[in-house]
Design a protein around this ligand. Structure first.
Ligand code: GDP
Ligand code: ZN
Length: 308
């Protein structure tokens, strides 16, 4: 029996990189039920598996316990989920304060989802070469807001190659999820980091991703200097995640910390008296835009779960 890492999945075939570096094409035999979720595709990229080498096709016989995974539901009502990727070491949201604008609502939803999935997450501000003074002010504000909470913030220009070496250091040896609105420069960044990949940039890449929305195919790009980047066509962020209203504040670290001082231990920080969170927002200790994102998420229609 051998051990390896699943680096590509087509739904019926899995590409596994064994510990000795050899590539094996594997199938699965029997049934897997992992983590108590019903899934149409039990194995995903990022899974560590045991497999038997056989004549016809190698066979995956065991999946190691996952430290985390991200899922996509087939539909809102469906109990069936598809695991998109597992064992993600870190996630990055690529943010542009202009060309195009990334809103704080979008940033905060992404960060909250990462917290819910227990995936360490950082922000990469791209296109710093293009910003005018107004944009720069906005960038410094955001950087201040998020680094104060504890999120790492990086500033790069993928196009001009600014701080790319630093990015490589950070990605090295890890399984990385890169995300961001279309047009923020994700493909440009990946191409700079790993030139051989030759990802399409601009409009074409977007049309391509849209068309593949229902595919079960996902893949990790191996980095020459060690590590992987997850690319899941059609998924710009995290897929679907169910976050209960009551536990929403757990996914906003600074709100959660402050909530220990609220009068009621089940305080939702909306209407309750003696709310430490609201008081902190008033004096600017907790950023208003973060609080607004939090409110937006708890007020949202129950049926409309977070598709980030
Ligand atoms: P994606 O949709 O996130 O993959 O974005 P692309 O990589 O396709 O980039 C979208 C557009 O932004 C392209 O025209 C890129 O040339 C441009 N772009 C990407 N990174 C930068 C950057 O750092 N500075 C500037 N000025 N333009 C960039
Ligand atoms: Zn409160």
């Amino acid at each position: 029996m051998k051990q390896g890492l699943v680096i590509k999945s087509t739904g019926s075939w899995y590409t596994v990189k064994a510990e000795d570096g050899e590539i094996h094409n594997c199938r699965i035999k029997g049934r897997f039920r992992m983590d108590g979720i019903r899934t149409t595709n039990p194995i995903s990229v990022g899974d560590r598996v045991d497999f038997e080498v056989e004549n016809e096709a190698d066979v995956i016989v065991n999946i190691h316990e996952r430290k985390n995974y991200i899922i996509r539901k087939s539909s809102n009502l469906s109990k069936h989920s598809q695991i998109i990727a597992s064992n993600i070491d870190q996630a990055f949201l690529i943010v542009t304060v202009n060309y195009p604008l990334t809103t704080t609502t979008f940033i905060d939803r992404f960060l909250a989802a990462a917290e819910a999935y227990r995936i360490p997450v950082s922000l990469i501000f791209n296109k710093i070469d293009r910003y005018r003074p107004n944009d720069k002010d906005r960038l410094y504000d955001l950087r201040h807001t998020y680094s104060k909470i504890g999120y790492k913030c990086y500033e790069i220009s993928a196009k001009q190659g600014i701080h790319i070496e630093q990015m490589k250091e950070i990605l090295k040896g890890k399984i990385n999820l890169l995300s961001g609105h279309s047009g923020v420069g994700k493909s440009t960044l990946i191409n700079k980091i790993q030139p051989g990949l030759d990802l399409k940039t601009g409009e074409i890449s977007e049309a391509h991703a849209q068309g593949k929305h229902t595919t079960t195919f996902s893949e990790m790009f191996e980095l020459d200097f060690g590590g992987y980047i997850i690319d899941t066509p059609g998924i710009r962020g995290f897929g679907t995640i169910d976050m209960a209203k009551e536990e929403m504040s757990h996914f906003f670290p600074e709100i959660f910390k402050k909530s220990q001082q609220c009068q009621f231990n089940n305080c939702t920080h909306v209407h309750e008296p003696q709310c430490a969170v609201k008081a902190a927002v008033e004096i600017g200790e907790i950023c208003m835009s973060r609080y607004e994102s939090y409110l937006g998420m708890i007020m949202e229609d129950e049926d409309n779960k977070y598709r980030i």
